[in-house]
Design a protein. Structure first.
Length: 494
């Protein structure tokens, strides 16, 4: 009986110990569980108090995030070592839901925490306490920052295209007065002794006819020797054959710069002053026609250079008694060629250019208001029936290049090529009558130009259906130019 009582007492004590030990174990397990949470309630409160300036939850998340960035990854146990909790409330740990910010952005899959070392296995949290909306704690693969515009290496510099001077379309090579004389003036040569000899040449004479009368008028107006002007044009433009002198440039004197915004660049030779030649690139003026070039030359001679209006005054008629004095003054001043005056004087003598220094009466205007369109001519074919056909106008036989003058002022309505008329110009007059000028070597006006009576509109040639150099001239009662409206030009010209 006593043994039985002793057994019961031992069993009771053992059972009591078991009953007392279990709650302590459970309490220990709960403490382990609480320790496995990322942050306790009290820790959150303390952190919020330290880091918050205005708000609570959002800054708590930021501060917690900063703490997580300062530690090694969660597997090191940082989340299992929070601030020591107050053990007076061990059974009421803070849950993840309590520490979530208001309506947080759903985080991507967090890094899986390391299994706890305690025997009791805590529940796997659905989101860490740092699972706010901040991007720093998102466990997703960080995206590399990219510039809004990709930075590309600078391209290799491209050599800039030289800006053309004014309306420059191409580069040309202009012969200068320093070029061998035989290359500038046909039928000319320089002897072994150094003397320069000229023989007359038809191409040079044709060029003189083109600019002779205009030079005469401009020379008289500006106190200049027309003979010197023409001789200079022959040398500087190779008798109008240089590319600079031809259309569309018409620069006869090699004047540099631009004219009304127009210029052209080319290579030219200069004389160093001792006969040594060197080549330079330069911009030269561009004109609408020969007359414009002649006028600009006269302006340069009379107005001089900037700051010195009398730079060329020694070439004025009022200051030079003869053309030879004028050419000597221009040598080394207008051109660097040391033999410039010799060449000019030889051309003036060979082609009798002094005749253009004399004043002559202009064409007479007849009672019908017309002038004869040529100065030097022969009537080669009259108006009317001719060899079984009808001849529509009056033919003026004249040398190639002879200037053609507008018989009456008016507006250019045609300036083109025709299979029969060749290069022709038609001018409508104020009274409605129209004059046609055919077979021209070239014309120097364009449609819609307003021309004055006596203005040069072109040069005699033999283009189109022509058997020789001449001007075919027609006058019509209207601008139709139909045969029924044609009149005999002789009746209004003579």
């Amino acid at each position: 009986m006593k043994k039985k009582s002793t057994y019961k007492l031992v069993s009771f004590v053992f059972l009591s110990q078991m009953l007392l030990t279990t709650p302590l174990q459970v309490l220990a397990d709960e403490q382990v569980f609480s320790a496995d949470q990322p942050v306790t309630a009290e820790a959150q409160t303390e952190t919020t108090t330290d880091s918050s300036d205005t708000t609570g939850e959002g800054n708590t998340t930021d501060t917690t995030t900063d703490g997580s960035e300062e530690t090694t990854p969660p597997s090191t146990g940082d989340s299992s070592e929070p601030t020591t909790p107050d053990t007076s409330e061990p059974t009421e740990p803070s849950t993840p839901e309590e520490t979530k910010p208001t309506e947080p952005t759903k985080p991507t899959e967090p890094t899986k925490p390391t299994e706890p070392t305690q025997p009791s296995q805590p529940q796997k949290p659905t989101s860490p306490s740092t699972g706010g909306s901040t991007g720093e704690t998102q466990p997703t693969t960080p995206q590399p920052s990219q510039p809004t515009q990709p930075v590309t290496p600078p391209a290799a510099p491209v050599a800039p295209t030289p800006a053309p001077a004014a309306s420059v379309a191409q580069e040309v090579r202009q012969p200068s007065a320093t070029t061998p004389i035989q290359d500038l003036v046909p039928s000319s040569q320089e002897t072994d002794e150094g003397s320069i000899h000229f023989e007359k040449d038809e191409s040079v004479e044709s060029f003189i006819r083109k600019i002779g009368e205009s030079s005469r008028e401009i020379g008289q107006e500006h106190d200049l020797y027309a003979s010197v002007m023409i001789a200079q044009a022959i040398l500087e433009s190779a008798s109008g054959q240089s590319q600079l002198a031809q259309a569309p440039n018409y620069n006869l004197f090699g004047i540099k710069g631009t004219h009304e915004g127009n210029g052209v660049t080319f290579a030219t030779q200069e004389d160093a002053g001792d006969g040594t030649l060197y080549t330079i690139q330069a911009t030269f003026r561009k004109y609408a026609n020969y007359e414009e070039s002649l006028e600009d030359y006269a302006k340069l001679m009379t107005e001089g250079l900037t700051g010195n209006s009398e730079f060329y005054s020694g070439a004025w008629k009022s200051n030079a008694e003869t053309y030879k004095e004028a050419t000597e003054f221009l040598t080394g001043r207008y051109a660097t060629d040391t033999r410039y005056n010799e060449k000019l004087n030889g051309l003036i003598e060979t082609y009798d250019l002094e005749q253009y220094d004399k004043e002559v009466a202009g064409p007479e205007v007849n009672k019908e208001g017309y002038i004869v369109p040529l100065r030097n001519y022969t009537i080669s074919s009259p108006f009317g029936p001719r060899g079984g056909e009808f001849h529509r106008g009056l033919d003026f036989a004249a040398p190639q290049g002879e200037p053609i003058y507008a018989s009456k002022a008016g507006t250019v309505i045609k300036a083109e090529f025709h299979p029969s008329w060749g290069n022709y110009v038609a001018i409508e007059h104020e009274d409605g009558t129209t004059a046609l000028y055919a077979h021209q070597q070239e014309y120097v006006v364009k449609v819609d130009d307003e021309v004055e009576q006596g203005q040069i509109i072109g040069f005699v040639g033999s283009t189109g259906n022509s058997t020789g150099s001449h001007l075919h001239f027609e006058i019509s009662r209207d601008n139709s130019l139909s045969q029924a409206q044609l009149i005999d030009p002789a009746t209004v010209l003579f």
